[in-house]
Design a protein around this ligand. Structure first.
Ligand code: BV8
Length: 260
């Protein structure tokens, strides 16, 4: 590790030790080391199609079978992966700072599986279903929540409207869950440290959060091996995979707190 990188970890740990409210926003990059492909990289999700061509309601209504096949493939993939050290480091960081908020664009449930207790899911959760007609979102336990796409049939809600069931995620052109995005705005406005991890900051309104945090006076950290629109604005950039960077930050913070 270079001296500069070591200093960066020390600087961030010192700030975290006295922070009043740490807000973290994550994207697909934090799940990459778990084996979940990101969206826009070379080996991205089902790279025959752009996600915007599949993750939208018109595509679903035009060809529900194709969209269900994509989500069933992703659900299968996600059911066979585990959280990585980056997810676990954030779950531990939540217990080490005075106030911690985790916001994610990811629908893969890996933050919860790693032990994060309060996850603001801006774009829903792929493990749940909802009805395209009546809008009911089924919880994990409900039969319909698990109703899977079976070749030749399409899962249908038992509401009177016979709506098609679809994954309970936010598609392009759809508004985000009001409570989730409102909480994300509010918590971001109060952050004294905002950490933006594993996102290309391309998809709005989620991508606006780190810019809003900076405008509101937060110390802005980016964790991403590649540069993004946000990089020039960040106060500190850890240009490393989050699965490597985040455990080191937590380790430095633990050492500082042990000395205190
Ligand atoms: C909305 C859920 C209001 C589904 C997702 C025209 C009409 C309507 C809207 C728009 C429009 N034009 C623009 C918009 C807004 C649109 C948008 O932003 N489009 C983009 C493409 C320009 N947004 C919307 O439509 C949103 N709704 O605006 O509603 C409205 C309504 C009607 C009319 C007008 C306005 C809804 C957006 C939500 C879409 N749903 N996901 C599903 O998952 O199937 S988006 C999906 O893609 C993800 O959730 C995430 O948000 C996004 C992917 O971004 P990232 O997570 O950043 O992933 P990416 O692959 O891009 O980058 C990975 C990064 O990780 C890279 O930087 C890489 O370097 C880094 N990385 C790699 N390895 C690592 C790493 N980092 C750390 N460690 C590593 N190891």
């Amino acid at each position: 590790m270079s001296a500069q990188t070591r200093d960066q970890y020390q600087e961030l740990a010192k700030r975290l030790a006295t922070a009043k409210h740490v807000v973290v926003s994550t994207g697909a990059g934090i799940s990459r080391e778990s084996g979940v492909p990101t969206f826009r990289e070379a080996d991205g999700l089902w790279n025959k199609f752009r996600p915007e061509e599949l993750a939208n309601v018109d595509a679903f209504l035009a060809n529900p079978k194709l969209v269900w096949e994509w989500y069933s493939w992703r659900r299968e993939l996600i059911s066979n992966v585990d959280p990585n050290p980056g997810h676990y480091a954030l779950a531990e960081l939540e217990t080490m700072v005075s106030k911690f908020t985790l916001i994610t664009q990811n629908v893969d449930n890996l933050h919860r599986e790693a032990g994060s207790t309060d996850v603001i899911e801006l774009h829903g959760n792929i493990l749940r279903n909802k009805c395209q007609k009546c809008g009911i979102s089924f919880n994990e336990g409900d039969a319909e929540a698990k109703m899977e796409f079976v070749e030749g049939t399409l899962p249908v809600c038992n509401c009177g409207k016979k709506g098609l069931l679809r994954p309970d995620v936010v598609w392009f052109g759809e508004i985000l869950p009001e409570d989730a995005i409102q909480r994300a705005w509010d918590e971001t406005a109060q952050a004294d440290i905002f950490m933006c991890i594993g996102t290309s900051t391309v998809v709005y309104p989620a991508a606006a959060l780190p810019f809003n945090a900076k405008t509101a006076g937060a110390y802005l950290v980016e964790v991403n091996p590649n540069p993004t629109e946000l990089t020039p604005l960040a106060d500190l950039v850890l240009a490393e995979p989050s699965g490597e960077a985040l455990p080191k930050v937590v380790e430095r913070l633990r050492e500082l707190q042990a000395q205190a």
